[in-house]
Design a protein. Sequence first.
Length: 90
Amino acid sequence: LYQLVDAATYRSERVLVVGGGDSALEAATALASQPGNRVTLSYRKSDFFRAKRRNLDRIREFAADGRIDVIFSSEVRAIEPARVLLAMQD
């Protein structure tokens, strides 16, 4: 999906969010707040740089608590029915 409409419709799912802007961080934390979800955030840069402070604080809190796995310096290479392939950048 290109836009998250209602995070509550996703429960007990494995979810990949791609991006490092405010929309991606807000979607990742909303999805991670739903029961049973396992959320991974893939971002092509080595750190966040354009997001609002409150979103940065929340994503770092969720990552520290193990509610979101953040993978920096990564790009989506393929999306398959049961998995997503990420490539790590040098």
